[in-house]
Design a protein around this ligand. Sequence first.
Ligand code: HDE
Length: 711
Amino acid sequence: MTQKHTPPSVAGDCKPAQYADQHVSLGPGGDVHQTASGDTPVLTTQQGIPVADDQNSLKVGSRGPTALEDFHLREKLFHFDHERIPERVVHARGFGAHGYFENYESLADFTKADLFQRAGEKIPAFVRFSTVAGSQGSADLARDVRGFAVKLYTQQGNWDLVGNNIPVFFIQDAIKFPDLVHAIKPEPDRGFPQAQTAHDNFWDFISLTPESMHMVMWIMSDRTIPRSFRFMEGFGVHTFRLVNAEGKSTFVKFHWKPKLGMQSVVWNEAVKINGADPDFHRRDLWNAIERGDYPEWELGLQLFDEAFAEQFDFDVLDATKIIPEEEVPVRRVGRLVLDRVVDNFFAETEQVAFCTQNIVPGIDFTNDPLLQGRNFSYLDTQLKRLGSPNFTHLPVNAPKCPVQHFQQDGHMAMLNPKGRVNYEPNSWNGHSGGPRESLEKGFQSYPAEEEGPKLRIRSETFADHYSQARQFYISQTEIEQHHIAEALIFELSKVERLEIRVRMVSHLLNIDMELANQVAEGLGLKEIPKAADAAKPTREDLKKSSALSILLNGPDGFTGRKVGVLVTDGVNIDIFKSLQAAAETEGAMLEIIAPRVGGVEASDGSWLEAAQQMGGGPSVLYDAVALLPSEDGAERLAKEPTARDFVADAFAHMKFIGYVEAAMPLFEKAGVTDSRDDGVIALAGPEGCAAFIETCRQLRFWARAAVAMPA
Ligand code: HDE
């Protein structure tokens, strides 16, 4: 049956899309869309076919069924339906950037790795930071370990140092990893909690896994709530080997030391940042690179030999242990600079495929059973996620040195060899025979002597689970110790089963009696349990290591930090300019927060544009704040809950607060009039502003906290 064709029409007087002229077509609501003219590229399908109308699917009549032959619609939906790839099973939420690694000196004495031979040489790098537990859309300030994965595109192939911001791990043997991750992730029946360790399954597993107690101290410390990726350390965690041209092996532990010093937020701040800006960390990194303030870390090596390993208190193959920097100093050998944001998040950050087994001649593995398991595991994950054994063809994963082999074909093969030969050995001469192996240039494993019976066993030398946990705890300042206790109380208070809380306290008793008592008290335990049975008694002779504290390793300056300046119409322009000049001299930033994002008229009639409207710029987003309202403005702000929180939170989070006299009503309404202290600083004249910024170098006015200042 044929249907009479009537020209389709749309609401209003507009021309139907099919009849539109070359320059306009009608959108879904009949609105006008720009179409290609002049040099504008013409929209095409994936097959390159030019598209005439991207607003309407092909229909039989204006209200009739959609035609199956609409290849453009079909292709567009098909592609959209396949836009996602599986997120990483751990470290799903991450953020990457490009940069380079630059050597300070030749390390030829220790390693023949090409990248470490020449001082001043720059090696291209890609780094991806991540949280572990949360899914891709989770918030940045979850209390969690941060991944610190570095890919170095060396002339001898890619070297991936897939580390974390904590130098130890939860478990000693790869076989426990799936259990650990299941226990951390949302519980399987209910699908929550997201991005949190504060739940029964996690603490149940942990409390039954004494080897994780050292890690527990780290994750309950402020290391897991960093202020920025830029202000955190990175660690290779495992012991690796460096091997020189003579075949001599030296053990090594890798460290990344942030140039701007370490800094974390406080827990109450973290909770609020997650609401105010769930992308706080990625935004911080993106903005820093975009404004040319390139984050930098120094590569540090702890180098030691078999003799040291033999006599060291713990097994260097045990990933739940550190080697204190006081025992083996960290030698700084180069710097990692991140100077370029990605062009495309999916292509680079999402598709980057790190593999611990990617090492280069001159670097080698040890028998750390966790590392051995990882070396086996990472390829699986890449195949699952990227869907093809050719994931190294993706630009972010492709080595930047010649790649020549006889592997071929497979899904999405993009770099396909030319010529007749695809096997080896072959008798084709010269170039046509393709690449050949090279004993001299090729990767050779360090010929470590290995023998022994096949056993499923954990070495006796891995059995001390508490001594380094204690060492970490006693190395913290009082404030940091207090934060650890508070974090444990918070997390364990979210655990529903009493016996899990009790079991955790029984472990803490083996770490530090006072800590255990504080936590027991905070949890309201009726009685203190017996200490957990320990495979080895806790050693009390391990010395404090100041390298383990964040507060003892803070920045020298306020560089790279941000002051939130609250202004209203009538803001004193002289004070504002002085503050701005002082911040600039320090290498810090000012961000203006105002009642309206459009900005304010300053005292001299000039206009200051705001970066944030009051409600979108709470003080938790800043390292320090300055209150510069006019008298009228302060009266009005004092009525706003967001403005009161701005001041009250800054004070509660021990931030330095600069103010002009007119801001007094704000303090009053925020309830901090009587408690104003030396961290609340009057801004008078250029010297006053400079002094304020100088004071901000301490980052927080810890004396305001209930406990003592760091030593
Ligand atoms: Fe990972 N880990 N891991 N891991 N890991 C992954 O690989 C795994 C471990 C680390 O930004 C996965 O691509 C096993 C320790 C980072 O893309 C997966 C074991 C350390 C990243 C995997 C460990 C790490 C990963 C998930 C125990 C610190 C993110 C997605 C034997 C030294 C890399 C992926 C990125 C990612 C397996 C233990 C760090 C599943 C089996 C210890 C930073 O392959």
